[in-house]
Write a protein that binds this ligand. Sequence first.
Ligand code: GLN
Length: 495
Amino acid sequence: MQLYEHTAFELSRMLQSGEVSSVEVVRSFLERIDEVDPHLKAFITQTPVTALDTAGEIDNRRMRGEVLHPLAGVPVAVKDNISTIDLRTTCASRILEDYIPPFDATAAAAIKSAGMPILGKTNLDEFAMGSSTENSAFFPTRNPWDPELVPGGSSGGSVVAVATGMAPLALGSDTGGSIRQPASLCGVTGLRPTYGRVSRYGLIAFASSLDQIGVVSLNAVDSALLMNLIAGYDPLDSTSLPDAVPDYTAGLEPGLNGLRVGVIRYSSTKGFDPEVTETVQKAASLLEEHGAEVGEVSLSLTDYGLSAYYLIAPSEASSNLGRYDGIRYGFSADGGNIEAMFSRTRGEGFGPEVKRRIMIGTYALSAGYYDAYYLKAMKVRTLIRREYEEAFKKYDVLLGAASPTPAFKIGEKADDPLQMYLSDVCNITDSLAGVPSLAVPGGFHSSGLPLGLQLTARPLQEHLLLKTARFFEENRKQAPLRPSLDYVEGGKRQQ
Ligand code: GLN
């Protein structure tokens, strides 16, 4: 078995026992990236030299007998909307193509201080707006199970890196499903923590009341290890939660006795693949067989949630993205006068989806339309929160699908924004409610593609999600298959 095939937990053990060095581990992942990334394009920027430097430093410190963090020496990939000091952070946008942050995001600082070598910055939909990673201004990322398909988005790069052994762990961000939906489409685990649990400081803002940094991993234990490192109060983020951080690796032992699980009945399952619904039903039966109390819960507002999200998120985006004016950050076009410079900078710097959102958001916030659109959407958001509060009076965990369909073809929805928006229907209401939510592999579609389950809990109950995810991992009938990547060996390179 190659080092890149191991989970983060296994690598951590092997590093601590001295069985392997971090330099060896990082080399293995770098070789894997060289082999696989030209086909799938998960990385915007690779940082092999600094990764090896960090690894060497950790190996030396370990040799000197220093007590290190459990993840010291375990490499990680970082989504390219998370600021990294002195390292280009593009948001997959032309407008930030050459932007080099003067500071680290709090989450990036945490992984550095633990001694985790950063392998590179991963591709995303521009400013995390999208569900397929096709909206990257640079190139689309491809699904490792079939390179003609999308990996989901917007954290497509992070998810593909973990699914293919290019990184054992990755940081992503989830505003309305951007960790969970791609995790589901590529067969890995993706956790969106409670809003405020992980600092947003240095996460380049898309929709501030929804954005959340989270974890992409191969399993629940690995998620727990990285959560232990990045969760917690941060005075630099005014929405950060002050609550103490538990040890997320505790309580992962098997046993579901008494866990109350509500299987979600969506307001509409139009557009759902029947095999997705079947996979959720099977998962529910499995939970019941193993001692969980399973019932049904109706989330009647999922359709309204989608409409509310696509007003609230663009409204916040239109305001957040006002800062890209050609003066303070990144790309600047010549214009003759200042007004022409603004409009040329923004006209050339932003891609079509970002422009669409800025226009929708500006419209929804404008005088005369504010009450009819933005305010109404905020009222729907409150109703959604209440619906969740009701559901959580009866249940500890809600179970549903992480995506209505398996992965779709590159180009299939690119020209139809409404169809693209519908791919987030399972994920968005959790985001609006601010609750933690996790995607875990649930099985395979008859086409051979992975299907994900989604688990949701009350605020700060991430440990219940991890415990339930662990249960599914241990009771999986099929082995946790990795994509075969036949096309890498002897296949042709994707352009
Ligand atoms: N796909 C959703 C959108 O386009 C969610 C994106 C995200 O979570 N960043 O807004």
